[in-house]
Design a binder for this molecule. Structure first.
Ligand code: C2E
Ligand code: CA
Ligand code: CA
Length: 836
C-alpha cells in the first residue's frame, strides 16, 4: 500500500533516539573502576566491549548484587559480574519493536549495532519513554497517581549490605532512611554504586544517604517531577503531603511506567470501543443479511458493469439458479427474449438518469418456463457519486396477472356459456351506436327469451337446465354472422346485437333463423324435447338512440311476442311506450314529493359479521321507501329513477344524515360503537361536496373518525379511474372504509384494482348463491385470492344458508352478511338484537 512509504507514517528508528556518548570498559576492568567512571559521568550503565563488540553490560542495579562485606568483590574483573548483552538491535529497528522487546524480557537496555556488529549506541527504557510525545500526558497526570506508596522509612543505622539486600529482594531502586533527629535521606542504587566506587567497607546507610531529602508535593503534576529529575539529574524524589509528611516515593521510572500503564488502559478502551462498534455493525449486517435471506422478494446485486455479485435464497427459489451458477454472469441469462433491445436500452437509460427503474418484465427460469416479474432496480453510489452496484428486487406476479385475467373474464363473460355478459354487450352496443351514427347505418337489438324454460329447469334439474342453455347458445351462435354479438343477460334471457344492418328485412331473417335453430329438438341425457323462444327487436336510429332504451324497447317487444302466441318475434312499436313511460313518470313525481318531505323513507340496518369470530363488525345502511298508494318500492326500482332525475343527491344526503344521527343516538344510549356503511350511487360519489359532507357529518355528530364507511359499485368508477382514486383516498384519509360492492358483476378493466385504495371487496351475492358449482367456486377462489394479494378485506354478501357458510370456509373471507344472520332491520329492532 502506498501510505507506508509516506514520510508521516515512517516508523521512528531506534538510531534516532540512541545515546551515542557511550561509557565503555573492557571485560578485565575491575568493578570498582567501572563504578567510579559511571558515578563520575552519571551514567547508569557501562558497556563491556571486546574489540568493537559488546559482550556485556553492567548497571547501577547490578551494584546491588555485590557482596559488599567482601571488599575483594569490587576488585573482580567486570566480566565476572556483568550481564551478558541481552539485546542487540540493528540501527534501523523501529522503536516500537525495541519497546516490545523490553517489555517481553523485562530488560532496560539494548545495544545498537551496525551491519558488522560494531556498537553504535545504547538505548534505555528512559530514552524510549522520553521520545514518545508524552508531555500532554505528564501535564495532566498528578504525582499521587503514580508514586509508590506507602513508603517504608528504614533505620539509617542498618548496614549498607542489609539495605542493599532488602532493595534487591523488594525490587526497590531507592529507599528512604531515617538519619536520626527526624532527618530523612534517600538511598538509591546510584548511592550504592558511589559507595562501591569510593569506599570499600560496609557502613551504616545514613552516612551514605543523600540529604536533605528532595521532595515535591503530592498534588504536583508529573511534568514538574520530570523537570526536577532532569534539572537536578536526580532519579528519585520523596512525595510529601501538605503537612510535609512523606507519603510516597517517586522514581524517574515510575513516570514512565505510569505512561505505559495509562497508555495501555487508553488503548484497551479504544480497542473495546472499536470492538463494540464492530459488534454493533456486525449485528446490523447480520440483521440485514437475515432480512435479505428471509425476504420473499428475490434480490440480486450486481457490480457496476452488471456482473452478478450476490443473490438471496428467494432468487434461487424463483429462478432455479444458485449463486455458483450466476456469479460473475449478467442478468441477461434470465432474459426471456420477449423484450427487444430498445426496451433494455430504455431501462438502462432510466437507471442512469434517475438511479432507479421499476416495471414489469418477462423473464425465464432455469427450467425454461417464462414468468412475469415486477422489478425494481436501484443504483448504489459511492461517495463520489459513481454507481458501484445495482440492486434488483423482484417478485413473480404471473399468478396475479392470471387471477386478474380470470376475474376479467368473470367481469366480461357469462361463466356458463362463455358468451359476453350484459356489461360487455352494453360496451359493444354503445360502440356500435357511435359507429352506426358515423356510417349512417342501422343496427338492431334482438331480445331473446326461451319459452317454458322454467318448467324444464324445475322438472329436470339445474344440471339439465344448464346443459340446455349451453346448447341453445351454441345453436344461436351458429345462426349468426361473425360480427354479430350474442350475449347472455342471465337466466334464459339473451340479446343479439346486429351491427351494420342494411335493411329491416335482414333483422327479420335473422330472427327467423334464430327461432328455427332453437325449435329443432334437443337431447339432454336420455330425453329429447323441444323448446320455443320469443324475440323482440328494436332498431337504431328508428326506435331510440341510447343503449338503455334500445334494450328496454327490445324487451318490451319480446313481451308482446310472448303475449301474442310465443315462439315468434315482434318489432318494437311506438305505442308500446304508452304503458312504459307513464309508470316511470309516476314513480319520479312520487319520489320528488317524498325526497322533499322524507315521508315514507326509512333506513334499515343489516349486520356484518366477522366470519371467524362470529362477532358483529358493523352494519350496512339500506334505504326503504313505502308509498301510500304505490306501496313498498324496492331500492332496485327507485334508485335508478332517482339517479336519472337528479334526486339521488338529496336522498343520499338524507341517508347519511339519518345514519350519523342514529350512531350518535346509540352512543348516547351507551351502546356498543359500530361502523355503518352507506351505499353511494354514481352521482353521490362524484358530488364535489362529498368529502366536506362526510367530514361535516362526523363533526356535527361527534362520531369516531371513519365511523361512517361507504360502498360503491364498480360501475360508479367506470372510465374515471384517476379522480376516483383521489376521492377514495380522501375518504380513507379520514379513516373511512371504502368497499367495492357487487364485485364480479361486471366491469371492463380490473387492472384498476391495483390503483384503487379501497379497503374491502364485497363479493356479489350471485356467486355466493352459486357456491357448490365448480364455476362459482372458481370465481370465489379467484376473487378472494386477488383480494388477499392486494391486502383487502373480503365480504361475502347474500349468505342465506348454512351450506353456503360452510362452502365459504375454504376461502379467505373476513366478513359475512345475509339473511342467515339477519335481514335489514329498522334501527330500534337492530339495536335490540345486536347492540345490547
Ligand atoms: P346492495 O348494496 O348490494 O345491498 C344488498 C342488497 O341485498 C339489499 O337489497 C339487501 O336487502 C339484500 N340482501 C341482504 N342479504 C341478503 C340475502 O341473504 N339474500 C338476498 N337475496 N338478498 C340479501 P336492497 O335493500 O333491496 O337494496 C338493493 C340495492 O339498492 C343495494 O344493493 C344498493 O345498491 C341499493 N341501495 C339500497 N339502499 C341504498 C342507499 O341508501 N343509497 C344508494 N345509493 N343505494 C342503495
Ligand atoms: Ca351495498
Ligand atoms: Ca352488494
Amino acid at each position: 500500500m502506498p501510505q507506508t512509504t509516506s514520510p508521516e507514517t515512517e516508523p521512528l528508528r531506534v538510531s534516532a533516539i540512541m545515546q551515542t556518548g557511550l561509557l565503555t570498559c573492557m571485560p578485565e576492568t575491575p568493578v570498582v573502576e567501572a563504578a567510579a567512571r559511571m558515578t563520575e559521568r552519571r551514567f547508569s550503565a557501562i558497556l563491556v566491549l571486546e574489540g568493537q563488540c559488546a559482550v556485556g553490560i553492567w548497571t547501577e542495579r547490578d551494584s546491588l548484587r555485590l557482596a559488599l562485606e567482601h571488599p575483594e568483590e569490587i576488585e573482580l574483573p567486570i566480566h565476572r559480574v556483568m550481564t551478558p548483552v541481552p539485546l542487540q538491535v540493528a540501527e534501523d529497528c523501529p522503536v516500537a519493536e525495541v519497546s516490545d522487546a523490553f517489555k517481553a524480557h523485562g530488560i532496560r537496555h539494548a545495544v545498537i549495532v551496525d551491519g558488522e556488529g560494531k556498537v553504535r549506541g545504547i538505548v534505555s527504557q528512559t530514552d524510549l519513554a522520553l521520545k514518545q510525545g508524552i508531555e500532554p500526558y505528564l501535564r495532566l497526570r498528578e504525582v499521587r497517581r503514580v508514586m509508590r506508596s506507602p513508603v517504608e522509612i528504614l533505620d539509617g543505622q542498618r548496614t549498607l549490605q542489609e539495605i542493599a539486600g532488602h532493595m534487591l529482594e523488594q525490587r526497590l531502586d531507592a529507599v528512604i532512611v531515617d538519619c536520626g533527629q527526624g532527618e530523612l535521606g534517600i538511598l538509591t542504587e546510584r548511592d550504592v554504586l558511589r559507595y562501591v566506587a569510593r569506599h570499600r567497607r560496609d557502613l551504616p546507610v545514613c552516612e551514605l544517604a543523600s540529604r536533605p531529602l528532595r521532595s515535591l508535593p503530592v498534588e504536583a503534576r508529573l511534568i514538574d517531577a520530570r523537570h526536577q529529575f532532569i534539572d537536578q539529574r536526580l532519579r528519585h524524589l520523596a512525595v510529601v503531603d501538605a503537612a510535609g509528611e512523606v507519603v510516597g516515593l517517586l522514581g524517574f521510572r515510575d513516570i514512565l511506567d505510569g505512561v505505559e500503564g495509562d497508555y495501555a488502559v487508553r488503548l484497551r478502551e479504544v480497542l473495546q470501543e472499536r470492538d463494540h462498534a464492530l459488534e454493533r455493525s456486525r449485528l446490523t449486517l447480520q440483521l440485514a443479511e437475515r432480512v435479505i435471506d428471509a425476504s420473499l422478494q428475490s434480490i440480486m446485486i450486481t457490480d457496476a458493469r452488471g456482473r452478478i455479485d450476490f443473490i438471496n435464497p428467494a432468487f434461487t427459489h424463483l429462478t432455479g439458479y444458485t449463486l455458483d451458477e450466476v456469479s460473475g454472469r449478467t442478468p441477461a441469462l434470465l432474459s426471456s427474449g420477449r423484450h427487444d433491445a430498445a426496451f433494455y436500452a430504455e431501462m438502462w437509460h432510466t437507471l442512469q438518469e434517475r438511479g432507479s427503474w421499476r416495471g414489469e418484465i418477462w423473464n425465464r427460469r432455469k427450467s425454461g418456463q417464462l414468468y412475469l416479474e415486477l422489478l425494481t432496480i436501484t443504483a448504489i453510489y459511492d461517495e463520489h457519486g459513481q454507481a458501484t452496484h445495482y440492486a434488483a428486487l423482484f417478485s413473480d406476479i404471473t399468478h396475479i396477472r392470471e387471477n386478474e385475467e380470470k376475474v376479467r373474464r368473470l367481469a366480461y363473460y357469462d361463466p356458463l356459456t362463455q358468451l359476453p355478459n350484459r356489461r360487455l354487450l352494453e360496451d359493444r352496443l354503445s360502440l356500435a351506436i357511435r359507429h352506426s351514427h358515423r356510417q349512417r347505418k342501422r343496427l338492431a337489438v334482438v331480445f331473446v327469451d326461451l319459452d317454458h324454460f322454467k318448467q324444464i329447469n324445475d322438472s329436470m334439474g339445474h344440471a339439465a337446465g344448464d346443459a340446455l342453455l349451453v346448447e341453445v347458445a351454441k345453436r344461436m351462435q351458429d345462426a349468426l354472422r361473425e360480427d354479430d354479438t350474442l350475449a347472455r343477460l342471465g337466466g334464459d334471457e339473451f340479446i343479439v346485437l346486429l351491427p351494420e344492418l342494411g335493411e329491416i328485412e335482414a333483422a327479420r331473417q335473422v330472427a327467423e333463423r334464430l327461432i328455427d335453430s332453437i325449435s329443432t329438438s334437443f337431447r339432454v341425457g336420455e330425453h329429447d324435447f323441444r323448446i320455443g323462444c320469443s324475440l323482440g327487436i328494436s332498431l337504431y336510429p328508428d326506435d331510440a338512440d341510447s343503449v338503455e332504451l334500445l334494450i328496454q324497447y327490445a324487451d318490451a317487444a319480446m313481451y308482446r311476442a310472448k303475449q301474442e302466441g310465443r315462439n315468434t318475434y315482434r318489432f318494437f312499436h311506438r305505442q308500446q311506450l304508452q304503458w312504459c313511460e307513464p309508470a316511470q313518470l309516476t314513480l319520479e313525481s312520487a319520489l320528488r314529493d317524498t325526497a322533499d318531505s322524507g315521508e315514507g323513507l326509512a333506513v334499515h340496518y343489516q349486520p356484518l359479521i366477522n366470519r371467524d369470530s362470529g362477532e358483529l363488525e358493523g352494519a350496512e345502511a339500506l334505504l326503504r321507501w313505502h308509498h301510500p298508494v304505490l306501496g313498498d318500492i324496492s331500492p332496485g326500482q327507485f334508485i335508478p329513477v332517482a339517479e336519472r332525475s337528479g334526486l339521488m343527491i338529496v336522498l343520499g344526503d338524507w341517508v347519511m344524515e339519518q345514519a350519523a344521527r342514529q350512531l350518535a343516538a346509540w352512543r348516547d344510549e351507551g351502546r356498543q360503537a359500530i361502523r355503518v356503511a352507506i351505499n353511494l350511487s354514481g352521482r353521490q360519489f362524484w358530488d364535489r361536496a362529498l368529502i366536506d359532507k362526510v367530514r361535516d357529518c362526523h363533526r356535527r355528530y361527534a362520531l369516531m373518525p371513519g365511523q361512517l364507511g361507504f360502498e360503491i359499485t364498480e360501475s360508479v368508477l367506470l372510465d374515471q379511474q384517476q379522480p376516483a382514486a383521489a376521492i377514495i383516498q380522501a375518504l380513507r384519509d379520514m379513516g373511512c372504509r371504502v368497499a367495492l360492492d357487487d364485485f364480479g358483476t361486471g366491469y371492463s378493466s380490473l387492472g384498476y384494482l391495483h390503483e384503487l385504495p379501497v379497503s374491502t371487496i364485497k363479493i356479489d351475492q350471485r356467486f355466493i348463491q352459486g357456491l357448490g358449482n365448480r364455476r362459482s367456486n372458481a370465481i370465489v377462489a379467484a376473487v378472494t385470492g386477488l383480494a388477499r394479494e392486494l391486502d383487502m378485506r373480503v365480504v361475502a354478501e347474500g349468505v342465506e344458508t348454512d351450506q353456503q357458510l360452510q362452502a365459504l370456509a375454504r376461502y379467505p373471507i373476513d366478513l359475512v352478511q345475509g339473511f342467515l344472520f339477519d335481514t335489514p332491520l329498522l334501527a330500534d329492532a337492530f339495536a335490540e338484537r345486536w347492540l345490547t
